[in-house]
Design a protein around this ligand. Structure first.
Ligand code: AMP
Length: 394
């Protein structure tokens, strides 16, 4: 029987949603509320069939956004009654070690998600706001939490314990968790489908390169290693995040520049990466265009980014004992032929070679006939993954 299932992704001042008919995976409507809580009105954009609309609506809380959304779905006849909604899946940032898979949200799960706010103070509390707002309006509708971390719970201890005193892992849960799990899992499954091979037979390196960026080594369909860590700050250089740096730089700069721990946290999360190096943008489109005009700092930033991605691919090929499929996804991975080419240059030792034409066209398969590794561009769709998990769980 067909079911209508909605995904919700609540951010600090935004709320994204998509409503699908399952199991056919037909997208009925998708949209976004922005600037929640900043003024008396929020911006609401949605697309339904071929129409795209952007408007402002009264209200300044996530509860009001959800209330408006449910009325909107009825008014636009996407739903004839709210009972038609079979389930809602929520993106939740941190599932810690408690959630190894997606989970139905009962009072016990909700409490655990709240407690995990300690590890993700900017994200889990706002995810909870989304869950509670929907519980209020639709008390009988099953809700599911889909975690950014759970796909990586298959990592072995040698890949998640940090070489700090072990008690910090035991007492304070300090370990590598990894993020973007929903995306890595989705694109790996899509790649296996496309290649018509069982995922269990493949060694996959998935590069999620967007404003946030991470790489995941996947063997037998399971995450073995990933570049983000205790938080999404670790690993690659990103739009505004520094990724891995010598940890001693932190106390050094704090002392030299008289910065507090939270100043330093902000500097590494919001003022570093592409933005920090170029001093003009976190967006690789601007940076590529400046590099083409000869801007040396823009060129340096691109070389740094591509270099780090390449080094991580090499490291993960060693960890997996080879690689069969290399996947590029997210804003940069799906759209930037220039950056994909920079990353894949001089990787012939690993059997990676790309076809210039296919790469320029953003084709699904961009590896050349000479490449022993399949190099694929796969569009990520975290919302569809959330809805699939919700459908299976309810
Ligand atoms: P995401 O976080 O996945 O939405 O990715 C957003 C980022 O992708 C933007 O900030 C851009 O840096 C990058 N991006 C999107 N389109 C392109 C493009 N055509 N060329 C280079 N970078 C792009």
């Amino acid at each position: 029987m067909a079911s209508k299932i909605m995904s919700i992704n609540a951010g600090s001042s935004s709320l994204k949603f998509q409503l699908f008919e399952m199991p056919e995976e037909v997208l009925l409507v998708k949209g976004l509320f922005e600037r929640i809580g900043l003024e008396d009105e929020m911006i609401f954009s949605y697309s339904i069939k071929d129409a795209k609309v952007k408007t402002s609506v009264k209200g300044k809380s996530h509860e009001e956004a959800i209330n408006f959304l449910l009325h909107f779905l009825l008014e636009r006849k996407v739903l004839t009654s709210l009972d038609e909604l079979s389930g809602v899946g929520h993106r939740v940032a941190h599932g810690g070690e408690d959630f190894k898979t997606s989970s139905l949200v009962d009072s016990c799960a909700l409490q655990k998600i709240k407690d995990l706010g300690k590890l993700a103070p900017l994200h889990n509390p706002v995810n909870v706001v989304g869950i509670e707002a929907l519980q209020k309006d639709l008390p009988d509708c099953p809700q599911v939490a889909v975690f950014d971390t759970s796909f990586h719970q298959t990592m072995e201890a040698k890949n998640y314990v940090y070489p700090l005193p072990y008690r910090f892992y035991e007492e304070d849960s300090v370990r590598r968790y990894g993020f973007h799990g929903t995306s890595h899992q989705f694109v790996a499954a899509e790649a296996a489908n496309y290649l018509e091979k069982p995922i269990e037979s493949m060694k996959i390196i998935s590069c999620h390169l967007g404003n946030g960026a991470s790489i995941c080594g996947i063997k037998d369909g399971k995450s073995v290693i990933t570049s983000m860590g205790f938080t999404p700050l670790a690993g690659l250089m990103m739009g505004t995040r520094c990724g891995d740096i010598d940890p001693s730089i932190i106390p050094f700069l704090q002392n030299e520049k008289n910065l507090s721990a939270s100043d330093m946290d902000k500097l590494m999360n919001a003022e570093s990466g592409f933005k920090g190096v170029t001093d003009f943008s976190s967006d690789t489109r601007d940076i590529i265009s400046e590099a083409e005009k000869g801007n040396e700092r823009a060129k340096l930033a691109l070389d740094m980014f591509a270099g780090r991605v390449k080094q991580t691919i090499g490291a993960y090929a060693a960890e997996l004992d080879g690689v069969d499929v290399l996947i590029f996804t997210a804003g940069i991975g799906e759209n930037s032929a220039v950056i994909r080419e920079m990353i894949c240059q001089d990787l012939t030792f690993f059997g990676i070679a790309i076809d210039q034409d296919q790469n320029q066209k953003n084709s699904r398969r961009i590896s050349s006939a000479a490449s022993s590794v399949e190099v694929l561009v796969v569009e990520t769709n975290e919302e569809l993954m959330i809805v699939r998990d919700t459908f299976h769980l309810i």
